[in-house]
Ligand binder design. Structure first.
Ligand SMILES: Nc1nc2c(c(=O)[nH]1)N[C@H]1C(S)=C(S)[C@@H](COP(=O)(O)OP(=O)(O)OC[C@H]3O[C@@H](n4cnc5c(=O)[nH]c(N)nc54)[C@H](O)[C@@H]3O)O[C@H]1N2
Ligand SMILES: Nc1nc2c(c(=O)[nH]1)N[C@H]1C(S)=C(S)[C@@H](COP(=O)(O)OP(=O)(O)OC[C@H]3O[C@@H](n4cnc5c(=O)[nH]c(N)nc54)[C@H](O)[C@@H]3O)O[C@H]1N2
Ligand SMILES: [Mo]
Length: 559
């Protein structure tokens, strides 16, 4: 996030939420947004479903999934046409040549055209554009409804363009605010868990950076960028990746097109999985290493607002489990690199010594009265630096003038047709966490939500002869599963929605492995499916995961 949770919910007069369901996925922030609404702040929600916050919004744009770029371009069209953009900000702080190109690009995105692409009412779009542009301060919150598309990065860039032309960046109550996913996914990215970056987004492509790390670690490093996680599966099938170490991830449940994943993992010579539990992926492994969870370790997590916070060990790890850092250190030693076991405070000191944006962060400081349990927001370059709550302050972008990355709307990769007539989105519910390895063990939670379901629109259900609660067969070009129908108007006609948490009847047997052209995140939010009333004899049940699989586990697209 460019800004903080506090300023976006307290110092704004309007909040624009695009493709994010914080009441379910970020309940603490969701609660603060609800409070902000109760305090009189306006709300625009852009989401294909009637989420909890959508029902409380001043304007709910219930757009067709996969059309965010058209929506954002439409907003900018109206704002520029009506001269509601922030001329001072644009002229002083942004690249004017690019702004002219942006104007040209959004010109054809008239309210009528966008209404048609996005299945919206043009007047609602105009109302939303005027409200956002004229608000004194307004943040844009976004999440996976924007990013998990084949044109997801372009969706993000389009929202940044919108914030920039309205001068709603670099000051309190504004900003472009992706609400991050896992508790420490921000920290994982900050620490270089990406094949293109070392810690603090220092680039592998930069020889000076590589040299710095080589000197610090006393080894020669590979100068090439690595393979993005989602691109590894293809390489496994091609035999280019033969061994794999998976650490805290369960692609068998959470990656798209499970048949594809089975095929990829089966192609490996050797698979190691480090996890808390015997996940579906761990069942495939040659070696399983039992890791320890957040409550069993010391360290720091970086939250969604770049706030590095201390985590303290509360309980001992069970049985033979080991800290993930212990496992990595042992592997380094056994592979011939002499690496002493360090405490998490010592690891933090090494991070600070090699990472300019973390230069002033240490356990000592985080535990001190100065910080008083609030953590420190990076960039925090030195021990006397207070941290940085708001990025790009006063229009100062790190690259100089703010630039516009301009994109046209491109439809999703797989759209409904006669054979698979419904557009399916997937996502999460409040009660379960991703692969369910942790939350699925709790009877109390499973009693509330314990099995696969699919939300279908009332009119579609009627046409298909399906009633609320019926067991249905859901199929896509990749596979078929059983689930339970929930019939309502929460999704629009022609659209349906499924959670991906449940092992039995998991949505990822159906999802498509199309990737975002830039970030390579999967297009989890759009694929085409057919829903029909399940019959006892219409499919065979596969033993693995107890779901129905077409063609003896063979993948339809690659055989
Ligand atoms: N309870 C719970 N909380 C979680 C998680 C969990 O599993 N359970 N997972 C965590 C993780 S890893 C993450 S990344 C976050 C994700 O948090 P979110 O992104 O908020 O969650 P999702 O349900 O994936 O999707 C958000 C919204 O996108 C909408 N959407 C779908 N397609 C489109 C589209 O094309 N355009 C627009 N504008 N909207 C669309 C959906 O209707 C949905 O309301 O949640 C985190 N928090
Ligand atoms: N269809 C569909 N699929 C999706 C999504 C969607 O919206 N739709 N969302 C996607 C998103 S945003 C995400 S982030 C992924 C999440 O997918 P995953 O990362 O695969 O799922 P998680 O449940 O977050 O965590 C995976 C494993 O980490 C283990 N674990 C937890 N803590 C620790 C630890 O400290 N150490 C170790 N070693 N292991 C630990 C858990 O036991 C669990 O088995 O799913 C993706 N899949
Ligand atoms: Mo995520």
């Amino acid at each position: 996030m460019t800004n903080t949770i506090y300023d976006t919910t307290h110092e704004s007069d309007l909040m624009l939420i695009v493709g994010s369901n914080p009441e379910a996925a970020h309940p603490v922030i969701g609660m603060q947004i609800r409070q902000a609404i109760a305090n009189g702040k306006k709300l625009i929600v852009v989401d294909p479903r009637d989420t909890g916050l959508a029902t409380k919004a001043d304007v709910h744009l219930k757009l067709k999934p996969g059309t965010n770029v058209a929506f954002a371009n439409g907003m900018m069209h109206i704002i520029i046409e009506e001269n509601l953009y922030d001329k001072d900000f644009v002229e002083t702080y942004t690249d004017l040549e690019q702004f002219e190109k942006l104007k040209e690009t959004v010109k054809p995105y008239t309210p009528e055209k966008v209404a048609e692409i996005c299945h919206l009412n043009a007047d609602d779009l105009i109302a939303a554009a005027r409200m956002y542009a004229t608000a004194k301060a307004a943040p844009i919150f976004y999440c996976l409804g924007v990013t998990e598309h084949s044109r997801g990065t372009e969706g993000v860039m389009s929202l940044s363009n919108l914030a920039m032309i309205c001068g709603k960046i670099g000051r309190p109550g504004c900003g472009v605010c992706p609400i991050r996913g896992q508790n420490n996914v921000q920290g994982a990215c900050d620490m270089g868990a990406m094949p293109t970056d070392f810690t603090g987004y220092q680039k592998v492509k930069n020889p000076d950076v590589v040299k710095k790390f080589e000197d610090a670690w006393g080894v020669e490093l590979n100068k090439n960028e690595g393979t993005k996680a989602t691109e590894c599966f293809e390489k496994m099938m091609e035999g280019k990746i033969k061994g794999l170490f998976i650490f805290g991830e369960d692609p068998m449940t959470t990656d798209p097109d499970t048949n594809h994943i089975i095929k990829a993992l089966s192609s490996l010579d050797f698979l190691v999985v480090d996890d808390l539990f015997l996940s579906e992926t761990a069942k495939f492994a040659d070696v399983v290493l039992p890791g320890r969870c957040y409550a069993e370790k010391e360290g720091t997590f970086s939250n969604t607002e770049r706030r590095v916070q201390r985590v303290r060990k509360a309980v001992e790890g069970p049985g033979n489990s080991r800290l993930d850092t212990w496992i990595f250190t042992e592997i380094m030693n056994r592979m011939g690199y002499n690496q002493p076991h360090l405490t998490s405070a010592e690891i933090m000191d090494e991070i600070a010594s090699l990472t300019p944006s973390f230069g002033g962060i240490s356990h000592e400081r985080l535990d001190s009265e100065e910080v008083a349990g609030q953590g420190l927001q990076w960039p925090c370059p030195s021990a006397d630096h207070p941290g940085t709550p708001i990025l790009h302050k006063d229009g100062k972008f790190s690259r100089g003038k703010g630039t516009y990355y301009i994109a046209d709307y491109v439809p999703s990769q797989e759209l409904p047709d006669e054979e698979y007539p419904l557009l399916m989105m997937t996502g999460r519910i409040l009660y379960h966490y991703n692969n369910c390895c942790m939350t699925g063990r709790e009877d109390g939670i499973n009693n509330i939500e314990g099995s696969s379901f699919i939300e279908i629109n009332t009119e579609d259900a009627k046409a298909l002869g399906i009633e609320d609660g019926d067991i249905v067969r859901v199929s896509s070009r990749r596979s078929a599963i059983r689930s339970q129908a929930r019939v309502s108007t929460k999704t629009s006609k022609g659209e349906c929605w499924m959670p991906f948490h449940f092992t039995d009847g998991n949505a990822n047997w159906l999802t498509i492995d199309a990737l975002d052209t830039i970030a390579k995140a999967p297009e989890y939010k759009v694929c085409a499916v057919r829903v029909e009333k399940a019959k006892d004899n219409d499919e065979k049940v596969d033993n693995y995961l107890n779901v129905t699989v077409l063609d003896d586990n063979a993948c339809k697209c690659c055989g």
